[in-house]
Design a protein around this ligand. Structure first.
Ligand code: BEZ
Length: 212
């Protein structure tokens, strides 16, 4: 049975480029992103890890710790990391897990045999401070992920975790959000001092609540 939203994110110990880690200890009370790539020394993966490194401040601002994983060994990760730093003009300092025994890949269902019998696909899990799986995306090897979209969904997840709101299609930080159906319009008016726009009884917007 593969992982589903709301499941506990499985804990593990792993060998990484930043030393041995216990996943839960590494995360502490932070949000986490665990993302797999198919293989070291491949072009799309090089750009993905470079982009992640270059977005370090954005992840930090959101209190998110990132970890990459592939089934390649540690020495290969180290050599490839030099190439990423050189070609993507970055410093990769987040852990890259060397999952040679596929423990992490199997726990998180990152190997899809019909795509590749041996390599991980591009899976990405967002894990909340409660260690529950909040979001999963899966891309094939040939399509690099959009890390601005990853930041956008983290913004949405963090907002909706703290307020009774959801975010509409294509929402971006700062735009109006949606009042969840569980809240009556009367309660919404009291709860959202910036105002509530009722388009339909089930479609109600409010300006984005201020984040603490
Ligand atoms: C890449 O990262 O470029 C890649 C990896 C595996 C298959 C195809 C592309």
């Amino acid at each position: 049975m593969s992982l589903q939203l709301g499941d506990d994110a499985p804990n593990f110990k792993a060998v990484t480029t930043e030393g041995e880690i216990d996943f839960y200890e590494f995360l502490g009370n932070s949000w986490g992103i665990l993302f797999s790539h198919p293989a070291d020394y491949t072009p799309v993966c090089t750009t993905e890890l470079g982009r992640t490194a270059n977005l370090k401040e954005e992840f930090a601002k959101r209190g998110v710790k990132v970890l990459a994983v592939s089934v390649d060994p540690l020495d290969k990760h180290f050599g490839w990391r030099n190439d990423i730093n050189e070609t993507q003009n970055c410093t990769v300092d987040f852990p890259i897990i060397a999952d040679e025994d596929r423990k992490v890949s199997e726990l998180y269902g990152m190997i899809h045999p019909k795509a590749s019998a041996t390599a991980t696909v591009r899976s990405l899990f967002v894990i909340g401070p409660d260690k529950k799986v909040k979001l999963m995306i899966v891309y094939p090897a040939s399509t690099g992920r959009n890390f601005f979209e990853v930041l956008r969904v983290v913004d949405s997840l963090q907002l909706t975790a703290n307020y009774s709101v959801a975010t509409p299609a294509d929402w971006k930080e700062g735009e109006d959000v949606i009042v969840v159906p569980a809240i009556s319009t009367e309660d919404a008016i009291a709860k959202f001092p910036k105002g509530v726009k009722v388009v339909k009884p089930y479609l109600r917007y409010t300006p984005q609540p201020d984040k603490n």
